[in-house]
Write a protein that binds this ligand. Sequence first.
Ligand SMILES: O=P(O)(O)OC[C@H]1O[C@H](O[C@H]2O[C@H](CO)[C@@H](O)[C@H](O)[C@H]2O)[C@H](O)[C@@H](O)[C@@H]1O
Length: 275
Amino acid sequence: MQLPAPGTTEGRAALAALLSDPARALVAFDFDGTLAPIVADPRDSAPEPGIVELLAALAGRLGTVAVVTGRPAATAVRLGGLDRVPGIVVLGHYGAERWEDGRETAVPVPPGVDLVRAELPGLLDSLGAPEGTWVEDKGRSLAVHTRRTAEPDAALDLVKPHLVELADRAGLRVEPGRMVIELRPAGVDKGAALSALVAERAAGSVLFGGDDLGDLPAFDAVVRLRAEGVPGLTVCSASATGEAAGIAEAADLVVQGPAGLAAFLGGLEQALARG
Ligand SMILES: O=P(O)(O)OC[C@H]1O[C@H](O[C@H]2O[C@H](CO)[C@@H](O)[C@H](O)[C@H]2O)[C@H](O)[C@@H](O)[C@@H]1O
């Protein structure tokens, strides 16, 4: 399998650095839309067939394999069967949680989350949020999904200003995504989480793959790391269901959804095996 060449000079340099010194490479991926195809109900998410096995094979060749997700870390591990990947680090809730070797650590949950939990159902009722609007309570954040409404974008537009007001009052931040708005604690994002892991592992190269707005801070972090001398490659998981605006343009390489990412990882594994 041929490894596709990234479209940018920086991306090609990073892929070359990863291949020449895999033991110091760090690769990290978003979960939904990147490792797992988008589905109507988040509780039904499952990884692209074969992709976890590829991550496991790569874990034997690369310095660090990680997942950086907006999901709770334990949820991503359970839905993805990520505990099958030796040594994987799963950073959940945009970096507020860390799962590794079956153990989880997390920062404290701010009290604003309880306020949102108490007020959100009444708020959505009072707004006449359409049938199919669904609240995902993730413990340390709550996400309002509209994918299963008749008009997801209109439903999102209806609730968004009111969710911004509620988040402000609760001291939380609003995280927009693919047919979802999340109210979550501030102070962490995927960029900070990725940079901290790169520093901790003294990584010599970094690759990050994502598909949604919450992944842009990680793309930005890769650009900053390049300026600090760590070659970096960003990969967009594009798909028929539509990656978030701006992601493909910001990436060094675009693959066609989780299936395209699996093909890329297969090519990477073969290239590393060839040595
Ligand atoms: O950082 P991620 O791992 O990409 O998590 C981001 C959000 O993903 C999930 O929602 C998205 O995927 C769902 C399942 O495919 C889909 O139904 C939904 O429309 C998408 O927005 C998850 O439910 C959220 O909690 C995550 O924050």
